[in-house]
Ligand binder design. Structure first.
Ligand code: LLP
Length: 423
């Protein structure tokens, strides 16, 4: 459920008409709803409230790293799952306590490991024995102990888009599950590391709980083996991955169903469970507001609705063939079949093909829905288009929470070298 609803024929973000934001901030613009974020955070936490030990929920910062979003979720008791020094710095800047930060990621540099230790983050999710050995050495030299979980690759097909599957043995993530007991034991013996847990994350936008359940069952078996070997496991990180509906009427497993499954599968684990949800919190808490530049009619084809947003602003359709619902801000009741495209000079800059949509014309406003996760954060400045602004709405007020970055600002960071000027 979200708070982007029609009132008297016009689309609102909470109590603010979309048209007002377009007028004051311009388009394209990402719009986030505070109430929706809070609702999603609450629903997800409530779904896990029956667990024997209070779980640790860390928002996957990669899905929406905006400082306002991180600050809002921190106030809801969420920690942060980060995958780079940049994300860690953001989480800290937004007020997330260091001990609630989990540092994941397959390629943490030595510099990032040091930064994590310096900040005294809560947990490193180690993705290889090599990384563990390196972290152990750095921590030991500093006379510190790094709290760690070992991420395992359970070799399970998450049944999602191949580019966002992470739990198959061919993927780069985690250590092979059949080597995990031995690697855990070797890492646990190193000075500098406090091995305390196991972690798994098999993919994103999962529409079926079965692969998750299978991964968790495998992790349960591994937990028993690690303990049988004499090592300690007090924390298990079950990652993120829960899918969200992108199409009107699409059904997805609910957080409550997910929570019930987790509770059933982990009943005897006697650990603190950790979670890293991203999309399920952020996805439907944001939309991308755009304006129709013009409608172009080619012979014998559905018209092209050219909008001012493009693949550089919202990359998911071009990258994964992803669907985002498209709704006019003030629909006139008529419908049309159209191809929705951006202005970028690539055929891949296509948001929808032969789709039935609200009839729109030049100057009309429309939104791409479910753009709160993996939207603004995946933007680029391709075609020298700059970066779009982000706005957060709270009831009848809103604020710009990320300035529009104009192409001129990007060009200002570039220079022509002296050797070109001289010759
Ligand atoms: N934890 C780890 C270790 C992850 O790799 C991810 C996402 C998450 C948590 C959060 O997953 P979520 O709950 O959001 O599914 N750009 C793609 C999604 C990439 C997801 C990468 N990892 C997209 O736009 O669909």
């Amino acid at each position: 459920m979200d708070f982007f609803q029609y009132r008297d024929g016009a689309l609102f973000a909470e109590d603010v008409p979309m048209a007002r934001i377009a007028q004051e901030v311009g388009t394209p613009v990402y719009i986030y709803s505070r109430a929706t974020f809070e609702r999603h955070a609450r629903v997800f936490a409530e779904a896990l409230s029956g667990l024997p030990k209070k779980p640790h929920i860390a928002f996957a910062v990669k899905s929406n790293p905006n400082l306002a979003v991180l600050s809002l979720l921190s106030k809801q008791g969420y920690g942060a799952d980060v995958v780079s020094g940049g994300e860690m710095a953001r989480a800290l800047a937004a007020g997330v306590p260091a001990e609630d930060i989990v540092f994941s990621g397959v390629g943490k540099s030595a510099k990032e490991l040091v930064a994590g230790l310096e900040a005294q983050i809560g947990q490193f999710n180690i993705e290889s024995e090599e990384e563990g050995v390196e972290l152990a050495q750095i921590a030991a030299e500093r006379g510190e102990l790094a709290r760690c979980a070992l991420r395992v690759n359970p070799d399970i097909d998450a049944g999602t888009h191949e580019k966002i599957s992470t739990g198959k043995k061919d993927n780069k993530f985690g250590v092979p599950i059949d080597q995990a007991v031995a690697i855990y034991a070797r890492l646990a013996a190193l000075p500098g590391l406090e091995m305390r847990g196991l972690a798994v994350h098999i993919g994103s936008q999962l529409g079926d709980l079965a692969p998750l359940e299978m991964a968790f069952l495998k992790l349960g078996e591994l937990l028993a083996e690690v303990r049988a070997g004499g090592d300690t496991v007090t924390h298990i990180d079950l990652g993120g991955g829960l899918g969200v509906p992108y199409k009107k009427g699409e059904e997805m497993p609910s957080p409550a169903q997910y929570g019930a499954m987790v509770q059933r599968v982990t009943a005897n684990w006697d650990v603190t469970l950790m979670f890293e949800p991203g999309r399920v919190i952020a996805g439907n808490a944001g939309v991308l507001l755009t304006q129709v530049v013009r409608v172009k009619r080619n012979a014998n084809r559905d018209p092209f609705v050219i909008v001012d947003a493009a693949m550089n602003d919202l990359a998911r359709p071009a990258l994964y063939g992803a669907w985002h619902d498209f709704d006019a801000v003030e629909p006139n009741g008529a419908r049309m079949v159209a191809n929705i495209v951006g202005p970028i000079c690539e055929t891949g800059d296509t948001f929808a093909t032969a789709r039935e949509i609200d009839a729109v014309a030049t100057g009309d406003l429309a939104v791409f829905r479910t753009a709160g996760a993996y939207g603004a954060t995946m933007a680029s400045s391709y075609n020298s288009r700059g970066f779009v602004a982000e706005v957060m709405v709270d009831g009848d007020q809103f604020e710009v929470v990320a300035d529009r970055i104009l192409p001129e600002a990007i060009t200002a960071a570039e220079r022509v070298p002296a050797f070109l000027k001289d010759s």
